[in-house]
Design a protein around this ligand. Structure first.
Ligand code: PMP
Length: 370
């Protein structure tokens, strides 16, 4: 049976070179990056070099980067770390955000009494700059919005939102997890941004928060001097070091991979258009990496039937895959979330895999659909 992976928005296989370097470094440099003997200093130096390389790739200063365990932690640190400083006020976000943003905001409402406006998408699936402008209040201190949606793939108008916030004393946090290595990201005008390594063929448990110099955050993990005192705990040095290679490779290959994936998506859309009972859930400005569609079958039924033919897909954000709650994102778009399936592509996927997928899908729908 073939093994076809159409779930790269959920996570990606590890890059070979990253893996090899990881094994090599892990064995040779287990030392604590803060130890003062030569071996520790060497790890410290490698870590510093990696931070500098990442900073160069993102066109920011090395001191603006905080290594985290992933984008969830980066999102939590950005939102809670700021709320713990501010203690009161108003935040603008949206119902389209990943659970790591949405639930951090919910927690801040509950625990600190911070007020949050959750913007709803328009008919095109967009969160517009006009909506943000309208929602601004005297006491708004943060706007937290994602750049690419992980369930339907919408690319939001980040530049427009930056424009609205220009000259105001409102900080902008952007969850760039599904954007980095896929579309160009520009941190100019952004105060905080979250990234994850495992979405771009890096290690799980590896992420990054960019936070503009002088922006003060309360640590969520108290500890020593690590990560400028903002994130305590012995450095996960080798993992962090590997993020530089992961990011460099993803950015180097971004254009070529995007073209490949765009061709696949175009092909998939043509094929899906010919299958009875399939509706594509497109928004106005979707990334090529994600294709969401609904069928006449319940998502779990279709997902399981595809799984038994060797095809791996998601029915929604994987972080909510075991919850019984409906998908906030799909509901906001007026999509029946019990019948939606997300395909997410990557550079290793092929047209042949899509042909097989379409054949299997058509067969399942013919047999069980109505
Ligand atoms: N934000 C978005 C948009 C995501 O897609 C994800 C991963 N599903 C996350 C945040 C969380 O990333 P991580 O798994 O690195 O915590």
């Amino acid at each position: 049976m073939p093994e076809i992976y159409f779930d790269s928005a959920s996570t990606t296989p590890l890059d070979d070179e990253v893996y090899q370097t990881y094994i090599d470094l892990l064995q040779r440099y287990f030392y604590n990056a803060d130890s003062l003997y030569d071996k520790g200093v060497k790890v410290h130096r490698l870590l510093k070099k990696a931070r500098e390389e990442i900073a160069k790739l993102l066109k920011v200063d090395p001191s603006e980067l905080i290594f985290t365990s992933g984008a969830s932690e980066a999102n939590s640190l950005a939102i809670k770390g700021l709320c713990f400083k501010k203690k009161k006020g108003h935040i603008i976000s949206s119902v389209m955000e990943h659970a790591s943003v949405y639930n951090a905001l919910k927690q801040m409402e509950r625990v600190l009494g911070i007020e949050v406006t959750y913007l709803q998408p328009d008919l095109d699936g967009m969160i517009t700059k006009e909506m943000v402008k309208e929602a601004l209040r005297e006491d708004t201190f943060l706007v937290s919005l994602m750049s690419v949606n992980n369930e339907v793939g919408t690319i939001y108008d980040l530049e427009g939102i930056k424009e609205v916030l220009k000259g105001r004393h409102v900080l902008l946090h952007v969850d760039m997890t599904q954007a980095i290595g896929k579309i160009d990201v520009d941190l100019k005008g952004v105060d905080m941004a979250s990234f994850s390594a495992h979405k771009i063929h890096g290690l799980k448990g590896s992420g990054l928060l960019y936070r503009k110099r002088h922006l003060e955050l309360e640590p969520l993990i108290s500890g020593g001097q690590q990560e400028y005192g903002i994130r305590g705990g012995t450095e996960n040095a080798i993992t962090n070091i590997l993020l530089a290679k992961t990011l460099r490779k993803a950015l180097e290959k971004q254009k070529e991979r995007y073209e490949h994936v765009a061709a696949l998506k175009e092909y998939a859309l043509i094929k899906l258009g010919k299958i009875k009972g399939v509706t594509v859930n497109a928004t106005k400005n979707d990334i090529a990496y994600i294709l969401n569609f609904s069928t006449t079958l319940k998502s779990e039924v279709l997902l399981n039937a595809l799984n038994s033919e060797g095809i791996m897909v998601s029915s929604r954000s994987t972080c909510g895959s075991r919850e019984n709650e409906p998908s906030r994102v799909l509901v906001a778009l007026g999509i029946d979330d019990t019948r939606a399936i997300r395909l997410s592509f990557d550079y290793f996927n092929t047209q042949n895999e899509l042909d097989y997928f379409m054949m299997v899908l058509e067969g399942i729908l013919r047999k069980y659909g109505n």
